[in-house]
Design a protein around this ligand. Structure first.
Ligand code: SAM
Length: 312
């Protein structure tokens, strides 16, 4: 299947990265290479791009897309949480810019057998990295009712989370849920008829919640942001596009903490904790897509871009 994905906030992100032609840049969520392509175009022969993705299909698509820049591109199949280690393996200890465009690509969502879509029946999978053994089926059939409720409430923000969790447990007590179609039927049964037709597909929020949990999307982001900021050279920037309010909150909070890490009580006249600022938040408010992008790309709807600049 062709790798189709329209990059979100493309111009805004490339502008915010402040690309130096001879610099070293990392795209930690390479996908189809849309953002990476625009970065490569702006690099000189001395510049370099390292693209990371945990999905083998994305790696293949990006290799094709970035083929013309072969000499300056290194592509690595890995999780961006291992960025520091992966860069060290190729003798890179600092970089001039990092981009993360979080979540899944349209290709992943639209490829039925990846199990992300609620539009077709397929095995319950949802792994971005298919080397991982745990799948969505394990979550649906093995998580406690309370844990299912918690993730559907917190990551899916579905007001029927409690009822959906209850219905999943009742259904799997009769027979394990194996496919997206079976899960969708259970979710529909848990949502009162008059609410099923409003706010998009009734399974959308639960699918999002299971995907976020399975791929540890929030933990990975929370645990690796400080390290990524540390990797930046002076005036190097990190640009992060999020699609979920919890992701955006993590980015906002960690950027702020890196700008002002002081933990001294407010009443202290001077700082004695010794924690030094790592740089500056460039976006006090997130950058969001304009009307035209929203019209042309539905996926851009909840996207937000935040930018931090390292100062040594
Ligand atoms: C929204 S797409 C990126 C699209 C890309 N910016 C483009 O313009 O083509 C997100 C990609 O990030 C990858 N991804 C998500 N989380 C990741 C992680 N923790 N480590 C590595 N790759 C990740 C997904 O597999 C997916 O291919």
């Amino acid at each position: 299947m062709e790798f189709k994905h329209k990059s979100v906030l493309l111009e805004e992100t490339i502008e915010a990265l402040n690309i130096k032609p001879d610099g070293i840049y990392v795209d930690g969520t390479l996908g189809g290479g849309g953002h990476a392509y625009e970065i490569c175009k702006r690099l000189s022969d001395k510049g370099r791009l390292i693209g990371i993705d945990q999905d083998e299909d994305a790696i293949e698509a990006a290799r094709l897309r970035l083929g013309e820049f072969n000499d300056k591109v290194t592509i690595i199949r890995s999780n961006y949480c291992d960025m520091k280690k992966e860069l060290a393996n190729i003798q890179i200890t600092s970089v001039d810019g990092i981009i993360l465009d979080l979540g899944v690509s349209s290709y992943q969502l639209d490829t039925a057998d990846r199990g992300f879509t609620y539009r077709e029946d397929a095995p319950l999978d949802m792994r971005m990295d298919r080397r991982q053994s745990m799948t969505a089926k394990d979550i649906v059939n093995e998580y406690s009712e309370h844990d299912l409720y918690r993730i559907i409430r917190d990551y899916g923000e579905d007001k029927f989370a409690k009822n959906i969790a209850k219905h999943i447990v009742s259904a799997r007590n009769v027979k394990a849920l194996e496919t997206t179609g079976e899960l969708i039927n259970v979710i529909k049964a848990a949502i009162p008829m008059k609410f099923r037709a409003v706010g998009g597909h009734p399974a959308k929020k639960t699918f999002q919640a299971i995907r976020i949990e399975l791929n540890r999307e929030l933990e990975v982001l929370r645990d690796s942001l400080d390290d990524m900021i540390e990797l930046l050279n002076d005036e190097g920037r990190i640009c992060i596009i999020t699609f979920h309010s919890l992701e955006d909150r993590i980015v906002k909070t960690i950027f702020k903490k890196n700008e002002d890490p002081c933990t001294c009580p407010r009443e202290f006249p001077i700082c004695v904790c010794g924690k030094k600022s790592k740089g500056k938040v460039i976006t006090r408010k997130p950058i969001i897509p304009g009307e035209q992008e929203l019209e042309e790309n539905k996926r851009a709807k909840s996207s937000k871009l935040r930018v931090f600049e390292r100062r040594l």
